[in-house]
Design a protein around this ligand. Structure first.
Ligand code: DNO
Length: 395
C-alpha cells in the first residue's frame, strides 16, 4: 500500500516537509481555488504537481474533483458541467495524475455535529450525534415535513436537546452542519441550504441513482481514454440527511454503480469510516467482493451507537476491523501483482485523526486534519501493514 496524506495546498497548516517527515510518500490534494463545475486548467494542475514533486513527493490522488449539484440533479447547465468535468479528467490524465476521488452526496458533503468531542484522554474527536442533527433539522432549520422523517422517540429527545441548548451552542451546531467541513463541497447559510434541499426534494432514490449512472456513463469512458481511474467516495454518514436520498452508502449501492458503467476506470474509495458507520456493511467482505475496483482507501475507525450516532475513535480501536480490512487489501494487491496490473499499489491515507497536543486549541487547525493526530494514526496503521506483510513473507 502507498502511504498518502491529504494536503490542503500551500495554505495548509501542515507543510509538505512535515508530511515527508511523517513517512508518507504520496499526496492527496485538490485545486480548491477552481470553482465547482469549472475546468481544472492543465497549467494549474502542473503547478500544484511541481510543488509536490519539488518536495520529493508524488501527487497520488485527487480528492476531490467535486461534482456540481446541477449534475446530481440533471438540471440547468448540467451538460456544460459534464463537458467541463470530462476536460478536467483529460487534463489530469495528461499531467499523469491518474486517480480521482469524488462523491455524489446531495446538498451537503461529509457532515458532523460536534468537532470537539472530548475523548477520555482530552484529545478531541469528530462526532455525529443523531439527536443534535434532528434538533437542528426540526427546530432550527424547520424543514417542512422534517418531523415525518424521524421516530417519535427521537423527536422527543431532539426537542428536549434543543430546549437545553444555549444560543451559542445552537450557532455552533448550525455552523458545524451547514458551513462545510475541510475538503467538503458546499457552504451554506440557513436560507441557501433550505433552497438547496428543496431542489432535491422530489428526486427520490431511483432518480438520484439514475443520475449517478448517467453521469458515470459520460465520464467513465473519458477517464479510461485518459488513463485515469475514478474512485467514488461513499456518503458520509451513509444514510439520508434532510430527507434526501443517498445512493453510495451500502454494498448494494456500490454494486449498482459499478454495474451501471462497467470499466476498470470505474472504481471505489473504500472509506472505512463512512461505510463502517452502518453495522450492515461488512467492510472485509466488501474489499473481497469489489477487489480490483478498490482504488483508494481511507483508513479510519468509528464507534457506533444504536440510533445512528457515531464518533471517530482511535484508528485501531473501534467497530471497524481495521486489521482485517488491511489484510484483505494486501490480498488484493498480491492478486494485482500476479496479474501484472498497472495500478497494483493501492494508496491509503490515515483518514482524520484526533486533535491533540499543541494543535488541540489552535483555531487554524482543520478539524480531523491535525498533524499529530494523523501521524499517530499513520504510525499505527503502518505497524499493522508491516506486521501483516512480515507474516506473509514468513519472517
Ligand atoms: C472527509 C472526507 C471528505 C471526502 C469527500 C470526497 O474527510 O472524506 O472530504 O474527501 O467527500 O469527495
Amino acid at each position: 500500500m502507498q502511504e498518502t496524506w491529504r494536503w490542503f495546498g500551500p495554505d495548509d497548516t501542515v507543510t509538505l516537509d512535515q508530511i515527508r517527515q511523517a513517512g508518507a510518500t504520496g499526496i492527496v490534494t485538490a485545486l480548491d481555488h477552481v470553482p465547482t463545475g469549472e475546468v481544472w486548467p492543465l497549467e494549474d494542475i502542473r503547478k500544484r504537481q511541481a510543488l509536490i514533486e519539488n518536495a520529493g513527493l508524488e501527487w497520488s490522488v485527487v480528492e476531490s474533483v467535486p461534482v456540481h449539484q446541477d449534475i446530481k440533479l440533471r438540471a440547468d447547465d448540467y451538460e456544460r458541467l459534464i463537458d467541463n468535468y470530462q476536460t478536467s479528467l483529460r487534463n489530469l490524465g495528461t499531467a499523469g495524475v491518474c486517480r480521482v476521488c469524488y462523491n455524489f452526496m446531495p446538498v451537503v458533503d461529509w457532515t458532523r455535529t460536534n468537532l470537539r468531542y472530548a475523548m477520555p484522554n482530552s484529545a478531541h474527536a469528530l462526532r455525529f450525534e443523531m439527536t443534535d442533527f434532528v434538533a437542528y433539522d426540526v427546530h432550527v432549520l424547520e424543514r417542512e415535513g422534517a418531523a415525518e422523517d424521524y421516530s417519535p422517540e427521537l423527536l422527543t429527545k431532539a426537542t428536549e436537546r434543543f430546549k437545553a441548548m444555549s444560543a451559542d451552542e445552537r450557532e455552533i451546531l448550525e455552523k458545524n452542519i451547514i458551513a462545510g467541513l475541510p475538503g467538503g463541497e458546499g457552504s451554506y447559510n440557513r436560507e441557501s441550504i433550505a433552497a438547496a434541499i428543496e431542489r432535491f426534494r422530489d428526486i427520490g432514490t431511483d432518480g438520484m441513482r439514475a443520475n449517478l449512472i448517467d453521469f458515470l456513463r459520460a465520464i467513465v469512458p473519458v477517464a479510461e481514454e485518459s488513463g485515469v481511474v475514478l474512485a467514488i467516495h461513499p456518503d458520509d454518514p451513509p444514510f439520508s440527511l434532510f430527507g434526501l436520498p443517498r445512493v453510495v452508502s451500502t454494498a448494494d449501492d456500490a454494486r449498482a454503480l459499478l454495474a451501471g458503467a462497467p470499466s476498470p476506470s470505474n472504481g471505489l474509495t473504500m472509506c472505512a469510516g463512512s461505510y463502517g458507520a452502518r453495522s450492515d456493511n461488512d467492510l472485509v467482505a466488501m474489499v473481497k467482493e469489489f477487489g480490483d475496483a478498490v482504488q483508494f482507501v481511507h483508513l479510519r475507525n468509528i464507534k457506533r451507537e444504536p440510533d445512528g450516532s457515531f464518533y471517530e475513535s482511535e484508528h485501531l480501536d473501534g467497530d471497524n476491523d481495521i486489521v482485517g480490512i488491511i489484510n484483505a487489501l494486501l490480498d488484493e494487491e498480491a492478486a494485482r501483482e500476479r496479474a501484472g496490473s498497472h495500478f497494483k499499489q493501492i494508496p491509503m491515507r490515515p483518514d482524520h485523526g484526533h486533535t491533540m497536543g499543541d494543535e488541540r486549541d489552535d483555531p487554524r487547525v482543520r478539524p480531523g486534519y491535525s498533524y499529530a493526530g494523523r501521524m499517530r494514526g499513520l504510525a499505527e496503521l503502518r505497524g499493522v501493514i508491516h506486521t501483516l506483510e512480515s507474516l506473509r513473507n514468513g519472517s
